[in-house]
Design a protein around this ligand. Sequence first.
Ligand SMILES: Cc1cc2nc3c(=O)[nH]c(=O)nc-3n(C[C@H](O)[C@H](O)[C@H](O)COP(=O)(O)O)c2cc1C
Length: 301
Amino acid sequence: MQFLGKDIPSPLTLASGILGISFSSLQRIIRDGAGMVTTKSLSLEPRIGHEGPIIAEFEGGLINSVGLTNPGIHDGLLEVEKFHKEFDGVSIVSVFGGNATEFVRLSEAVNHSNADFLELNLSCPNVEDEFKRPFALMPEKITEIVAAVKSVSQIPILAKLSPNAYDVALMASLAEDAGADGITMINTLGHGMVIDAIAKRPVLRNNFGGISGPCIKPLALKLIHDVYQKVQIPILGTGGVSNGLDAVEMMMAGASAVAIGSAVYERGLDVFKITRSEMEAFMAQHGYSDYSDLIGILQEN
Ligand SMILES: Cc1cc2nc3c(=O)[nH]c(=O)nc-3n(C[C@H](O)[C@H](O)[C@H](O)COP(=O)(O)O)c2cc1C
């Protein structure tokens, strides 16, 4: 199948932030049958991120407040170079800037790499103390940043949106109008809080964090469905996909490819291999010959 003109062996994709940027883990994911890998969001300068605990499990999934820990765009792109030199796989470089100018500088740096796609993380909920409200909640910022990056980027760009916006479909159409080639959605939900009752304290050092995993899947499906009705550009769906059936549902809702994040913690690195065979078993059983046959076929009651 294809995603934004690139041939990919499966629609399964590593979501941003899950395995960092080490090229060897990115390669392993592709070897196991994923179509694409997304790097951790990279900023202009390295970031240490928040103090731990930064991630915790609860009955519905994960909560995290990593704080965009990353080695910076320069070192991050060195790993992407290695990934492409030694391996045939499609890469998505995720970037995070504090304003449109920083996003433009990040995009210019990525132009000098052999990355396939650029993902603009407009939606991290965990750095509000530093950067205020996520850009994905502000229509004028979506337009400004996407248009600015589009004017310099030499590769297709995906705008990563937040489930916290009041009207996510509107945000997606603004991104499309400003020149986005695709939408990635959804980033983590919330802030939420998980409490340690004995300690009488939140589990995360930062108190609050973004929620991911199975509990956000119904929201992801609904929002992807809404956005699919509204835009013409492809959607990289993410949010609570843990198995092949989840991935099938997300494609039926309108995703052209599906990124897996939290389930890597739950099911290990084999999740891509297993999910791909579960998808293929479903397709064989129900008469779908190609992954792309699933995209947007959901019928409302
Ligand atoms: C520990 C952790 C770190 C994350 N870091 C990033 C990040 O750096 N950039 C980003 O765009 N999304 C980040 N995300 C969000 C995921 O890419 C994904 O959008 C979200 O977790 C929903 O998918 P899931 O339910 O499959 O995890 C992170 C998620 C987790 C759990």
